[in-house]
Ligand binder design. Structure first.
Ligand code: GMT
Length: 378
């Protein structure tokens, strides 16, 4: 198959899923063309089946807001036509689904019929997409996609609840490459970070308010009062300065490290004992899946699709959003030596349900189904 993938190239979850999917499809022999405004962060190798097309956005003094969507649609037209793509798969509805709709209409005038599949990832539905500034376009472009997938049952349900959707939405969950995300022996690293065998708590995110990092820090501060422990925070974003200030106020800086954006997250996860994800909204929770693959149990909120991943009382615990005291109690329970290894093993076993080798074939089958349906309509 010749597949076009449109995504955000950043470290965000949708870009990571899109890039890992494209890489795996290329390894399986498909020709994969990434169309993005810069090279995807996780696109760390190239082979004969992988191509990257940068969207160039011309500037002009008149443009206070350069029209990215138009440049993207034009690039899609060019690549679909020249590379004879079989399907266009766009990740995150805004603005990729509407740009794909426009490209599809232009291609139709040239006698080319390109099936478009939109994958909904989370905040494109639960936060940004609901905003009245975008809602009509999001609804329209989802309905105009030939195929639509969502990353959890919860996101599928929320899409139907909030938007007037006439399309069938297929659920294909996030996945994990277990040969990359696995617990590595990192004794020296662990010794350097926790010389007195303190327990290690980890959080990874883009530091946006929806992640409730304040809860992460307050949970840690209370756990630390009871068990010698350290907190490692991976990622960066708008909330970071406030969170650094909070650590100073709580006087926990000596046991807290802000590591910033990292490529080899699995190395830090390999020395972790507990992962914290108290998010306000979370359609799936890819960062928690990465932790679980590295044998790290999860203390999370019950937002969105997280309970579909983190099995309460088995792989960790799930609590209502904002229930900091309950999360502290559950964290202390998991961190007891007699419980920790059981939770670690359960987390790893659950991660195996989302093995890349199981989930990527679901995308391949879905592509074929949508291509066949569209061919039958011609
Ligand atoms: O909003 C974010 O945190 C980033 C966002 C994205 O689309 O880049 O992540 C979403 O997509 C991931 C991959 O499908 C999911 O695992 C995350 O749960 C989801 N984030 C939210 O729903 C907040």
């Amino acid at each position: 198959m010749r597949i076009g993938i449109v995504c955000y190239p950043t470290f965000g979850g949708s870009g990571v899923v899109a890039t890992e999917l494209g890489k795996e499809l290329a390894l399986k022999g498909h020709k994969v063309h990434f169309i993005t405004y810069s090279q995807p962060a996780r696109l760390d190798f190239f082979n004969e089946n992988l191509f990257y097309h940068e969207v160039y956005i011309p500037t002009y003094p008149l443009f206070q807001y350069p029209p990215y969507e138009l440049a993207l649609a034009s690039k899609m037209v060019d690549i679909v036509q020249f590379e004879k793509l079989d399907v266009l798969h766009v990740h995150y509805a805004i603005p990729h689904a509407s740009a794909a709709f426009m490209a599809k209409q232009i291609l139709k005038t040239k006698g080319i019929h390109i099936p478009v599949i939109t994958t909904l990832h989370g905040t494109d539905i639960t936060l940004v997409g609901k905003d009245a500034s975008f809602e009509p376009v999001v609804t329209f472009s989802i309905n105009q996609s030939d195929g639509v997938t969502a990353v959890s049952d919860s996101l599928r349900a929320e899409t139907y609840n909030f938007f007037q959707i006439e399309k069938e939405i297929e659920v294909i969950p996030n996945f994990i490459n277990l040969s990359k995300f696995k617990r590595q022996k990192k004794d020296h690293f662990r010794m350097a970070i926790s010389p007195n065998n303190e327990k290690l708590l980890v959080h990874t995110s883009n530091f946006r308010s929806v992640k409730r990092i304040e809860d992460v820090i307050r949970i840690f501060a209370k756990v630390r009062e009871r068990i010698p422990s350290k907190l490692l925070l991976i990622g960066d974003g708008p909330e970071r300065p406030k969170m650094e200030k909070l650590c100073r106020e709580l006087d926990i800086c000596s046991d807290t490290r802000f590591l910033g954006k990292m490529e080899a997250v699995e190395e830090v996860l390999s020395i972790a004992d507990l992962f914290l994800m108290p998010s306000e909204k979370e359609s799936f929770g890819l960062a928690a899946l990465e932790a679980m693959a590295c044998e790290v149990p999860v203390i999370s909120s019950n937002a969105g699709g997280i309970p579909e991943l983190n099995v309460d009382g088995v792989t960790g615990f799930v609590s209502p959003v904002g229930a900091v005291d309950e999360m502290v109690k559950n964290a202390l329970y998991i961190l007891q030596d007699e419980n920790l290894s059981r939770f670690k093993q359960n987390a790893f076993n659950r991660a195996k349900d989302f093995d890349i080798n199981t989930i990527v074939p679901l995308y391949e089958q879905y592509y074929q189904r949508i291509i066949d349906e569209q061919l039958a309509l011609l």
